[in-house]
Design a protein around this ligand. Structure first.
Ligand code: SAM
Length: 197
């Protein structure tokens, strides 16, 4: 019950930011790397009444399993596809997706891994494709940031400049920051869209 509520809430909260930032329309295909249970993908597709390909990949078998069982709740539209895989080496051919989403996953990646994941995102995007990415930003002091990283069992939090640099190094252009709010947490997110054209 609580799990289902959180699933719906985070989907509703983030799908609005995602649709606005990416200018998503119903025919646009989406790949999410680090999709968890697929709540953002599911809510986005429902809002847009999309029948385009929505695929999520996640390292965690448990998350993908839970995502499947939520997607199979009665009354649901055709579920999004969720598979267990690493963003470091996607089991997906080149140039197949319009948009790649990374929502709250990059804090788990070292700099080298982030670089690899962004190159993979670039590889699977169509020539006019876009990446959309958000993550908690560092807060107030290095000590508090360190505590958040520790609590999340994460690797690091990156600020706007560092993230912009990583996206640029991977070859993304037209980098645009946008606003993503996590209403139940007292700190903010850093968020960017970028394109290949
Ligand atoms: C905080 S959850 C975010 C889930 C979802 N994106 C959302 O916003 O609701 C982060 C997810 O990233 C996944 N993850 C971490 N590293 C990954 C990697 N290298 N490849 C794929 N998934 C990864 C974790 O298993 C976890 O499910």
């Amino acid at each position: 019950m609580v799990g289902r509520f959180i699933f719906r809430l985070s989907g509703v909260v983030y799908s609005g930011s995602f649709i606005r930032a990416a200018g998503l329309a119903s025919g646009v295909s989406v790949l999410e790397i680090g999709c968890g249970m697929g709540s953002v993908l599911t809510a986005t597709r429902r809002r847009l009444r999309s029948t385009a390909t929505y695929l999520g990949v996640d390292l965690s078998i448990q998350m993908v399993r839970q995502g499947h069982s939520r997607a199979l709740e009665p009354g649901r539209q055709k579920p999004v596809s969720l598979v267990v895989a690493s963003g470091l080496s996607l089991p997906i051919g080149n140039s197949g997706f319009d948009v790649v989403l990374l929502s709250h996953v990059i804090k788990y990646l070292t700099d080298e891994q982030l670089n690899k994941v962004l190159w993979e995102a670039k590889r699977v995007l169509k020539p006019a494709g876009r990446v959309v990415l958000w993550e908690f930003s560092p807060v107030l002091t290095a000590r508090i940031t360190g505590l958040i990283v520790k609590c999340c069992h994460a690797e690091k939090l990156r600020g706007t400049l560092e993230l912009r640099r990583a996206l640029k190094t991977a070859g993304f252009r037209n980098l645009r920051p946008f606003r993503v709010v996590t209403p139940w947490l007292p700190w903010s997110n850093v968020a960017f869209t970028g394109s290949l054209d």
